[in-house]
Unconditional design. Sequence first.
Length: 153
Amino acid sequence: MNDTPIKDIAMHFEAVKVSMSQDKNGIILRLNVHPNDCPKELHTDWVGSRYVVAMVKLQDDDTVDDRGHVAVQRMIASAGLLSRNEEFFAFLVSCGMADHTASPDEMETRSTNAIREICGVKSRSEFRDNEAARTKFEALRNDFRQWKQGRAS
């Protein structure tokens, strides 16, 4: 492979998914490309040519549909931040979800373990594919917010 970045030589066009089927060789994806959008190179490449394909779904207003990816990434980051939050740890201790410790390292470990146990995951990355775990984490985070508000009053 040459040193030219793929994005510099990539063909760009908009397409609409028309159909999808399967045969012994794999998935057959049919796309409808407007003639004005179809790159000339695509017409001249041989049938059987291989391509690297990257597709992003567009919404009706031409904005990118991130399919909730950004929200899940934020949730994963939030779980990591909460594990290091002393006030969150105090919440966990006060609710009986973690045992008290004065060690910051142990506090983070116990907070992390509590989040994993409550959400039913072994790793925060499981939030990507586990909707039930995301729901449990949201509930935990909301309980923490309510607890904080109760302490502030």
